[in-house]
Structure formats: structure tokens, C-alpha cells
Design a protein around this ligand. Structure first.
Ligand SMILES: Cc1cc2nc3c(=O)[nH]c(=O)nc-3n(C[C@H](O)[C@H](O)[C@H](O)COP(=O)(O)OP(=O)(O)OC[C@H]3O[C@@H](n4cnc5c(N)ncnc54)[C@H](O)[C@@H]3O)c2cc1C
Length: 529
């Protein structure tokens, strides 16, 4: 097991502290501006805790209010009978030295550098991830390879005249056969909509100038880009899961008199004369009131608008009610076997099962299992809250997960000892058609009418922010209170912030739509909560 190392020179030089770039005036935070300030932070996920940490470093009083009984938000770690698991595996990956430094500051030697192996499982075979053209073509046998090539040639000779959706776009470039084998099922499992409803623009933006022929050419002749290995093949991870990071930070804040109050759900927000004045929380101890001079929220945008005591204009409330989320549930199975697969996680492309991805937590860190002779597999299901799966009883879900892992041929039924279910609502903000206008309507209203409130994080900005992006928005918000001028909305917009977006050389095929949410069609009323 490797302990943390500083990022390679290339990595850190290219991507120096980006926060300086987003401070419009290039100014340093001024502690003098913070006199008499008291900051109220909504949410104790990575964003909320990072904001408090930065304010603590500058001695600005702050309190964090968390609805849940634990900290970490989506990046928490759950413990069941000594087995630890994430809500989906959480790699710690960042292009900002500053974020890396905070992680190392918090966890020191417990912040591990781990090798990565993740593959695609399809028709009881493993395929490399990212998918490599040669592997995809010949992995299913010669006959399927011939069919795939024939399907590709057919697509080239008579392409679909329309390229409006992801299905048409991919079939035109890779042939229907490859699309159906490797792109369709997983993308649809993750986003819950057919590829024919996903805009082609999403693929066109991400995957330029790539086709089956060019991927094969790359595989045969082009050398791999130097440097790609570091980003793809290793990642940082806390010894006892991501929750360890956020629990340690919360404990440190509390020790320095920065309260992190769990079971405090913000239910009402008061505002007057263009400013927030206070909040009311509800929890087991009843209602409580908090007053402050500055506010930072990582709660879902929709919730913030719903909580306003003086309601926002109709147009803003309508925009908030139209924001959609994809929910997520994980069934963790305890397996009585030392080693099941060597992977950290496996993408399940098989359409005959509903599980989308399988996490193998002991390969993230050996400390995630209490007994080295056992394995804990996290069966991940991407759902909407009104799906049958979400409302199924835990026992039914454990049964389903057990049957699916056995059907996939990875585990024998008698090896499954136990299981547990965790549901995470609003795991993914959905980018449907028009979502950006809705977000901008809310953002504009907040900037004009709630001038001492800053929106940060993932659902807090309805943006597909990872932990590091969420932390950067939080650092920016804290520094704005200290006198800087950071544009939080500029974070996670540059292509270079994305880890695995552009298909590099080496014959890789585009990834299904799970690294970044695609734009989907108009909202279906059934998907609204
Ligand atoms: C399946 C999955 C896998 C992921 N994998 C990775 C990964 O590998 N690497 C990575 O960096 N990121 C990953 N992420 C993203 C990561 O989880 C988020 O970026 C991160 O958790 C966002 O932090 P946040 O603080 O903005 O939001 P959250 O984690 O959502 O925290 C917000 C907090 O606010 C609280 N809250 C909400 N409403 C209220 C209210 N009214 N009052 C008080 N509190 C409230 C919530 O309970 C929550 O604790 C993954 C996400 C998912 C769903």
C-alpha cells in the first residue's frame, strides 16, 4: 500500500493554483474585512466543511448546519458490522495542488495512493476500461468481430441522415452493433432514459473526430500519450474511506469551536432588504434559530428556494421546481471469499441485470473489510425515487443483488453471507433541456436579492461537481467573505478540469455517458419528486 506522494512536476506545473484565476481582482483574502462576521453554512458535505475550514484558518466565526445525522454528504462512508463502504466509490483526484494539500493536511499518512483497475463486464467477459478498439472488436470472438465490422461499414455507406440524438450519432460513427454492445445499456442504466433521448450535442462536444476506423488506426500506430498513466492508473483514497476525511475535518473544526451540528435541517430562511438574516432548523431537539452576517449553502438549489419565508417570485419557484435529480442506491453484499475480482470496480454492461456497477471495497483500501478472508461488494443501482427499486423493501433488494451477482457468475449464492442497503436521494443533478436557464434564473435571483448568500458544491449549484470542484467553490466562497472576488460559477467549466474526457491515443473508444451527465430530453412529469 503506498502512502501519499506529491503530484508529478508536469501535473502540478500545468495546473497550478487555479483559484488565483477565478479571483477577478487577483486579490488575496483580507482578514480585516471579516471583523464582526458570523457565517452560517448549510450542509456538512465536502463543500460545507471546506468552507468552514478556510474560515477557521482566518479566525472568522462559522457554524455548519447538517440535516443528516452524519457528515460527509454523498462522500460519506457507511459502516455495517465492521465493513465500510462509500456511496459509490469516491476517488480523490484533483488537478488543484491546493485541494491536494488540504486532503494531505487532514489525513496525513492515512491518505493512500492506490492502484486502479476497473473493467467492463459483458457476456461473462472482462473488457478493458476505457474500452480499447481491438479488445472490443475481438473480445467477443471472431464472428462478432465480423458482424461489428459489417455493421460499421453499413453505417458508413448509409448513415442516418439525422444526427439529433446520441444513438444516431454513435451508430453513424461506430455502427449499430458496437453501439448496442458497449454504449447503450450502461448509459441507459445510469441516466434512466433511452440513448435516443440524449442530445447528440453532448457526444459531439466530447468526442470529436473519432470513429471505429480512427480508433483502430490509433491502436495500431499511435503511441500512448506520456503522462496518461498517472491520471488513469492511480488515485488517492483515505485508508477508511472518504468519510474518514470528512469526519476528521468535522472533529478538527469542533475542537476549534467551530460547531458542526448534525440533525439540524434548515427548513426556513429569512431575508429582508436584499439580505438573508437568519435560518430555522428542525431536528430531534426541535426548532432552532440561527443568525448570521454571511451564508453559504451546499443544500440542493430547489430546497433553498422552497425554504424562503418570503417566497421568491413565481418564475424563480417554477425554475426551482423543474430541477431534476437522479437518485442512487447501493446494496453492499458480504461475501465469504478472499478474492472475487482484482478490480476496484466493474462496469456491468449486461442488459439482463439492473445493477450498473460493482464496487470491490477491499481493493480501494484493505482496511475497508474487518476480515481479509471476506469481500464486500457494493452493487450500485441508478434510480429515480419513483422507481420500483427505490421503494422496494431492503430484504427484496438484497435478494435481487444476490441473484444478480450469481447470475453474472462472479459469486456463488452460498458465498453471500449478509447484505445492507443505503439509499442516496439527489445523487446526480440532471442536465435536461432547459436546466441551464432554470439554474441561471435562480442564480440571478439570488445574486440580486439575497446578496449575502453564496451557492456552492454539487446540488448547491446544480452542477456535476466532484469533491475537488465542490471544495474549490467553497474555498472561493470563504475567500469572498474575506474580501476576494472569486467567480464560483467559473469553476468546473474548463475542459482541462475534466479527468477523463477526451479520448487519448491508443485506440480507445468513447466512454458511455457516465463520466459526465448528458443533456436529456424535456422533463417527464413522472420523474419529478
Ligand atoms: C455514485 C457517486 C460517485 C461519486 N464518485 C466520486 C469520486 O469518485 N470522486 C469525487 O471526487 N466525487 C465523486 N462523487 C461526487 C461527490 O460525492 C460530490 O462531489 C460531493 O459529495 C459534493 O459535495 P457537496 O458538499 O457539494 O454536496 P453533498 O455531498 O451533497 O453534501 C451536501 C450536504 O448538505 C446537506 N443538506 C441538504 N439539505 C440540507 C438542509 N436543508 N439543511 C441542512 N443540510 C442540508 C446534505 O445532507 C449533505 O450532507 C460521486 C458522487 C456519486 C453520486
Amino acid at each position: 500500500m503506498r502512502r501519499p506522494s506529491r503530484p508529478s512536476g508536469n501535473y502540478s506545473n500545468r495546473l497550478e493554483n487555479k483559484l488565483a484565476l477565478i479571483d477577478k481582482n487577483g486579490s488575496e483574502p483580507k482578514s480585516a474585512n471579516s471583523q464582526g462576521r458570523r457565517v452560517i453554512i448549510i450542509g456538512a458535505g465536502p463543500a460545507g466543511l471546506t468552507a468552514a475550514y478556510e474560515l477557521c484558518k482566518h479566525s472568522v466565526p462559522a457554524v455548519v448546519l447538517e440535516a443528516d445525522s452524519v457528515v460527509g454528504g454523498i462522500a460519506r462512508t457507511v459502516n455495517y458490522k465492521g465493513y465500510s463502504f462509500d456511496i459509490g466509490g469516491h476517488r480523490f483526484y484533483t488537478q488543484w495542488d491546493e485541494v491536494q494539500k488540504i486532503w494531505e493536511e487532514i489525513l496525513g499518512d492515512s491518505f493512500l495512493l492506490r492502484p486502479r483497475l476497473s473493467r467492463i463486464y459483458y457476456r461473462k467477459k472482462f473488457f478493458s476500461y476505457p474500452l480499447v478498439a481491438k479488445n472490443a472488436l475481438f473480445g467477443l470472438g471472431l464472428l462478432e468481430a465480423l458482424r461489428t465490422v459489417a455493421s460499421y461499414l453499413r453505417a458508413r455507406l448509409s448513415p442516418s441522415p439525422q444526427e439529433e440524438n446520441l444513438e444516431q450519432w454513435l451508430c453513424n460513427r461506430f455502427g449499430r452493433r458496437l453501439f448496442e454492445n458497449f454504449f447503450k445499456t450502461y448509459t441507459e442504466k445510469v441516466w434512466g432514459i433511452p440513448c435516443s433521448e440524449i442530445h447528440a450535442e453532448w457526444a459531439a462536444r466530447r468526442i470529436r473526430g473519432l470513429s471505429l476506423a480512427s480508433a483502430l488506426r490509433n491502436a495500431l500506430w499511435r503511441r500512448k500519450r506520456p503522462g496518461a498513466k498517472t491520471l488513469m492508473n492511480e488515485f488517492h483514497y483515505p485508508e477508511r474511506g472518504p468519510g474518514q476525511m470528512w469526519e476528521t475535518l468535522a472533529a478538527r473544526l469542533r475542537a476549534r469551536n467551530y460547531p458542526v451540528l448534525t440533525d439540524h435541517r434548515v427548513v426556513r430562511i429569512r431575508h429582508r432588504n436584499g439580505k438573508l438574516t437568519g435560518l430555522t432548523t428542525a431536528g430531534p431537539e426541535g426548532e432552532k434559530h440561527f443568525e448570521g452576517t454571511d451564508f453559504i449553502s451546499s443544500a440542493p438549489l430547489r430546497e433553498v428556494i422552497d425554504c424562503l419565508e418570503e417566497p421568491a417570485p413565481e418564475e424563480v419557484r417554477r425554475a426551482a421546481s423543474r430541477l431534476r435529480y437522479r437518485d442512487f442506491l447501493i446494496v453492499s453484499l458480504i461475501i465469504n471469499r478472499k478474492d472475487v475480482v482484482p478490480d476496484n470496480w466493474v462496469y456491468v454492461h449486461d442488459p439482463s441485470v439492473r445493477v450498473g456497477r460493482i464496487q470491490n471495497f477491499k481493493n480501494w483500501s484493505p482496511a475497508m473489510v474487518p476480515d481479509p478472508n471476506k469481500t464486500c461488494l457494493g452493487m450500485e443501482y441508478f434510480v429515480f425515487k419513483d422507481d420500483d427499486l427505490w421503494s422496494s423493501a431492503d430484504a427484496q433488494l438484497i435478494d435481487l443483488a444476490g441473484k444478480e451477482i450469481a447470475q453474472l457468475g462472479l459469486v456463488r449464492p452460498e458465498e453471500i453471507e449478509d447484505g445492507v442497503v443505503v439509499r442516496m436521494p439527489k445523487a446526480y443533478p440532471v442536465y435536461d433541456r432547459g436546466y441551464l436557464e432554470e439554474v441561471n434564473t435562480i442564480r440571478h435571483y439570488v445574486e440580486q436579492n439575497l446578496t449575502n448568500l453564496q451557492l456552492v458544491g454539487r446540488n448547491g449549484m446544480h452542477k456535476y461537481n466532484n469533491q475537488d470542484h465542490s471544495m474549490m467553490t467553497a474555498l472561493g466562497a470563504a475567500r469572498n467573505i474575506l474580501g476576494a472576488h472569486c467567480d464560483l460559477w467559473a469553476i468546473n467549466t474548463e475542459p482541462e478540469y475534466q479527468e477523463e474526457k477526451t479520448p487519448p491515443g491508443g485506440g480507445e473508444l468513447p466512454r458511455p455517458a457516465y463520466e459526465e451527465p448528458p443533456q436529456v430530453g424535456a422533463p417527464k412529469p413522472t420523474c419529478l419528486e
